[in-house]
Design a protein around this ligand. Structure first.
Ligand code: HEM
Length: 469
């Protein structure tokens, strides 16, 4: 039963709730249909658990920004919580440990922006591997999935461990395999059953694989941490692990400290997971559109040539002189809709939204998809069109409804890093190469595969060196 004044929604069946109304393959259309019937704030029962789905810019902002703290929790009784042992930051509930670790990561990432091994240099270092790969494929048709995935993974590995890995390196291969398997399990029927029927949780069913996968990853990261302990110079951190070890030194004797070696390992895995598929799928979507809208690709290249002049390497600062490129990258993020339902939130106290009462502990699904394509918020909500981010003077403007990183206290903590990666990778590659949709590839399919992150359908690309080089 719905509590008093709870958001409306379809009648639930006993035990199953409304799960039969939601396609497990891709519930986004079902969420849209329910929005048309019940309005921007409605509820569904996932098994016996009530969830509130929030749609449209106004309601989403009202919840996660205006009443940000009320909505800043994470549910703690789901399959994903158990599989990650309630450690890390993405799924940590609102509280001192989440706050300390979030602040720590933001500060650490910011500090890497400065100095000689700056984030920009780490990213440019990795871009060199992409351009080498592409140069070897000039005139041929190539599948870019692994290349971009690897680049995103290595950039975050550089930040975390000060190291990159070849894609066939056992360390990264196993981590990737475990996380892909866990993402699939988390999205599939076994997780749904686990969440809906607590009595089956201790049974030896396929969901137990997820727990084993996490243990395997932890065991892989542990020796990397041990190695750091041996080689580090306290106070002179080379990477995230060193920074965390410095912090542990500082916290010695503080009984209330939320920092621990155990947490660090899951934190590292969290950051790697959060930073890899998101960035690589956004890049893949970007090149899919740039190839099939060649006039947009060309206009970006013109602007890049003008701004860079004789300079070979772009810097992140150059974005201020590239309104069209900026608009194109933002438009790519808008249509990529990489994290379509954000990460689930949870209310930390009884609260209200748009006149409805929402009790403490309610699972909240912020439907970012409904904001990124909302009629009335965009000049061209259903097209791929950089004009969505340009004013009449051709200047870059960012509408309020641009929230692929979500918003409020739980906004993506890798936003700065992701934006820098997207800009530097796209600008460097467009400067050097033309990207062409192969003649024999048929019509492009823009419908992504649904998951925690949306993944473009597999495709091939052709590359040519640009004549300006
Ligand atoms: C295009 C790339 C990316 C997109 C679209 C994206 C999007 C998101 C979204 C929608 C959330 C959920 C926010 C919420 O719960 O309201 C999130 C959370 C998070 N992201 Fe990202 N992300 C990207 C890249 C990254 C990168 C590179 C990192 C790594 C440094 C990262 C680390 C995180 C973390 C740690 C959280 C959890 C924050 C918290 O719970 O406090 N993300 N991201």
């Amino acid at each position: 039963r719905r509590p008093k004044n709870f958001p409306p929604g379809p009648s639930p069946l006993p035990i199953l709730g409304n799960i039969l109304e939601l396609s497990l393959d891709n519930p986004l259309k079902d969420f849209e249909r329910l929005r048309n019937t019940y309005g921007n704030v409605y509820s569904v029962f996932l098994g016996t658990k009530a969830a509130v789905v929030i749609n449209g810019m106004k309601a989403v902002k009202d919840a996660i920004v205006t009443k940000g703290i009320d909505f800043a929790g994470r549910p703690q009784d789901l399959f994903v919580n158990d599989s990650t042992e309630r450690k890390g930051v993405i799924l940590a509930d609102y509280g001192p440990s989440w706050k300390d670790h979030r602040r720590f990561a933001l500060m650490t990432l910011r500090n890497f922006g400065l100095g000689k091994d700056s984030m920009e240099e780490r990213i440019h270092g990795e871009i060199k591997y992409i351009t080498d790969d592409l140069e070897k494929s000039i005139g041929k048709s190539l599948s870019p999935q692994l290349m971009f995935h690897n680049a995103a993974s290595n950039i975050i590995c550089q930040v975390l461990f000060g190291q990159r890995y070849e894609h066939d390196d056992e360390f990264i291969k196993v981590i990737l395999k475990c996380f892909t398997d866990n993402a699939k399990l988390a999205n599939g029927p076994w997780a749904m059953l686990y969440d809906s029927f607590p009595m089956i949780r201790s049974l030896p069913l396929p969901f137990r694989r997820a727990f084993k996968n996490v243990k395997t990853c932890q065991a892989l990261v542990l020796p990397v941490v041990q190695e750091h302990k041996k080689t580090r110079v306290p106070g002179q951190p080379r990477d995230f692990v060193d920074c965390y070890l410095d912090r542990l030194d500082k916290e010695k004797g503080n009984d209330a400290s939320t920092f621990s070696e155990d947490l660090m390992i899951m934190y590292i895995l969290d950051l790697h997971f959060a930073g890899t598929d998101t960035t690589s799928n956004t890049l893949l979507t970007g090149f899919l559109y740039l190839m099939t809208y060649p006039h947009i690709q060309e206009r970006c290249q013109q602007e890049i040539d003008e701004v860079l002049g004789g300079n070979d390497q772009a810097s992140f600062e150059d974005r201020h002189n590239m309104p069209y490129v900026q608009a194109t990258i933002h438009e790519i993020q808008r249509v990529a809709n990489t994290v379509p339902l954000s990460v689930p939130h949870c209310t930390i106290k009884d609260t209200e939204l748009m006149g409805y009462s929402i009790p403490k502990g309610t699972l909240i699904i912020p439907n970012l998809t409904s904001v990124l394509n909302e009629e009335g918020q965009w000049k061209f909500p259903n097209e791929f069109n950089p004009e969505n981010f340009l004013n009449d003077q051709g200047e870059f403007v960012k509408p309020e409804a641009f929230m692929p990183f979500s918003a409020g206290p739980r906004v993506c903590l890798g936003e700065g890093l992701a934006r820098m990666e997207l800009f530097l990778i796209l600008v460097t590659l467009l400067r050097k190469f033309n990207f062409i949709w192969p003649e024999d590839a048929g019509k492009p399919d823009y419908n992504p595969v649904y998951g925690v992150t949306l993944t473009p359908q597999l495709y091939h690309m052709k590359v040519q060196l640009r004549e300006t080089n």
